[in-house]
Design a protein around this ligand. Structure first.
Ligand SMILES: C[S@@+](CC[C@H](N)C(=O)[O-])C[C@H]1O[C@@H](n2cnc3c(N)ncnc32)[C@H](O)[C@@H]1O
Length: 238
């Protein structure tokens, strides 16, 4: 069982090791399939060109990694995650995907990327930034490894502000979602982590400011589905 008294990084690692086999199915259920539309919106804003390279941090079961490979056609795409169990699920999807050959998966920590400066056209992180011990450190790492003119992109759950939607959302998130985790994946404790991890996470405008604070330029932020999720984009100066 995941133990929330452990240091955050260890706790998060335990959570994803345990939920990996059910992760994709649960993602569809708890987001009412919205995660697919959010990723499509992100891909439209990113406008990846054939041959572009990307690193997908906290790639998990590799949905975004695969979208990046499809968009870049023949560009090199790397997925990085610290959970072997999540990577194993991703690896099975990559093996049967027509764009899978472009992808390299690495087990590693988003806090300390094993890549040289200026290596990629894009650095993405999908529903991962909320899970890391120090989001500023991870954003600095993303900025470091993208090329001048490259793009740092974060898709993450966020904090709706308009009532009554906000009240309904928090009721769902805090009370119903962990029950879904218990019913559909026998993982109440693990799914309680999702609302817990959102509490200390910055709101949409605050996160946009953090993008600027780490030196990213032309920062854009988009609320998705009434602010339930948000897309943030920043460019590394040329
Ligand atoms: C909510 S899942 C997101 C997976 C995928 N990006 C998606 O959109 O479905 C978060 C992922 O972040 C990974 N993760 C959390 N902290 C990490 C860290 N410090 N370094 C590498 N991976 C991490 C977890 O193992 C998990 O696979």
């Amino acid at each position: 069982m995941a133990d929330s008294s452990k240091p955050k990084e260890e706790h998060v690692h335990d959570v994803f090791q345990q939920i990996a086999p059910n992760y994709d199915r649960m993602n569809n259920i708890i987001s009412f399939n919205r995660h697919k539309a959010w990723r499509k919106f992100a891909m439209r804003k990113m406008a990846v060109s054939p041959g572009d390279s990307a690193i997908d941090l906290c790639c998990g079961t590799c949905d975004w990694t695969l979208s990046l490979a499809e968009a870049s056609k023949n560009g090199p795409i790397t997925g990085l995650d610290f959970s072997q169990a999540m990577l194993d699920v991703g690896r099975r999807k990559i093996a049967v995907d027509p764009y899978g050959d472009q992808i390299t998966l690495i087990q590693g920590n988003a806090m300390e990327l094993p890549f040289a400066d200026n290596s990629f056209d894009y650095a993405t992180i999908g529903f991962g930034l909320r899970n890391v011990p120090d989001l500023v450190q991870v954003l600095k790492e993303m900025r470091r490894v993208v090329k001048p003119g490259g793009m740092v992109v974060c898709l993450e759950v966020s904090k709706p502000t308009a009532q009554p939607f906000k009240g309904l959302y928090y009721f769902y998130f805090d009370r119903i979602l962990p029950v879904f985790g218990k019913v559909f994946a026998k993982s109440y404790e693990q799914y309680k982590w999702l609302p817990e991890s959102l509490k200390p996470f910055p709101g949409r405008k605050e996160l946009a400011q953090t993008f600027r604070d780490v030196g990213l330029k032309q920062v854009e932020d988009y609320p998705l589905t009434g602010g339930v999720a948000a897309l943030h984009i920043g460019i590394k100066e040329k």
